[in-house]
Unconditional design. Structure first.
Length: 278
């Protein structure tokens, strides 16, 4: 099976409706390139606002309406979408999350960021495995990439692509940039799966802003080679054709097949993966 996927590296806005306009426009470009799945950056439906007062005024109904627009566009375009957004649960609890939309426009479910580097959301409590465009897939957001088990455990459970959506570390934090390039590559090759990273670009008009990112969205082969990579500043799509036979999950499986001190721990951990969305 071959699957064409893309990462969309764009800047968006605090206004969800304005951001949804931009997201759907880029979805149309992805569809014209025969892409089956496109991933967008972390919290791209609201431009990853750094002002804590933003969340006191945010309207859950507005986010829901904009998500419905993206779902309708996905159905029209026959395009699966991994959308960086937020959502609220009972009691007004806010999560930094990904909405996973399949090619028919149906929401498969959400992944909420597990390990937080920001103080406005609550941590997620699930590791879901969703079938996206026919391929079992897992998900991480930004700071999550520093915790290998968030990719390893779903890979043991059958994930063959990890979608990594982020808005991380601006260009003025040079001491982090080598690590942020290395970690997505490591997560792919140490599990023998593909990794699709959609990061927000650096903003040349405000490089020092607290919410700045650094671009370098990438698609990584299970052998660790980078198949496509964006630059620091530009907005755009990077795409690649994935030969799914190459995503064996062999290194993830070896961790539970080899008789080691961690064998049972990893087996038990893989049972935490929620496979109800397959």
């Amino acid at each position: 099976m071959e699957l064409r996927v893309a990462a969309c590296q764009i800047l968006t806005y605090p206004e969800p409706a304005r951001s949804a306009d931009k997201v759907t426009a880029w979805m149309e470009k992805a569809a014209r390139d025969d892409v089956a799945v496109v991933a967008f950056p972390e919290a791209c439906l609201c431009g990853y606002p750094s002002d804590p007062d933003y969340w006191k005024q945010a309207d859950p109904a507005e986010f829901d309406s904009c998500e419905q627009r993206v779902m309708a566009a996905a159905a029209d375009l026959d395009l699966a979408v991994i959308l960086g957004t937020v959502h609220w649960e009972e009691g007004g609890i806010l999560f930094n999350s990904l909405l996973v939309i399949d090619r028919d426009g149906a929401a498969k479910g959400r992944y909420a960021k597990t390990h937080l580097a920001e103080n406005w959301p609550s941590p997620g409590r699930r590791l879901p495995l969703y079938e996206v465009a026919g391929v079992p897939s897992s998900f991480i957001i930004c700071h999550d990439v520093r915790y290998p088990e968030l990719v390893r455990l779903p890979a043991i459970a059958g994930a063959r692509i990890c979608y990594f959506c982020s808005n991380e570390s601006g260009l003025l934090q040079e001491h982090k940039l080598s690590a942020y390039r290395a970690m997505p590559i490591a997560r792919a090759t140490e599990n023998s799966i593909y990794l699709v990273m959609a990061n927000a670009p650096a903003n040349p008009k405000d490089v020092g802003a607290s919410s700045q990112s650094h671009g370098n969205s990438k698609i990584v082969h299970p052998d660790g080679n980078v198949m496509a990579e964006a630059g620091h500043f530009e907005e755009g799509l990077i795409a690649a054709n994935l030969d799914m036979d190459a995503a064996t999950g062999a290194m993830a499986w070896r961790s539970v097949e080899d008789t080691t001190v961690l064998q049972q721990w990893l087996r038990d951990g893989s049972e935490l993966v929620d496979r109800s969305g397959e």
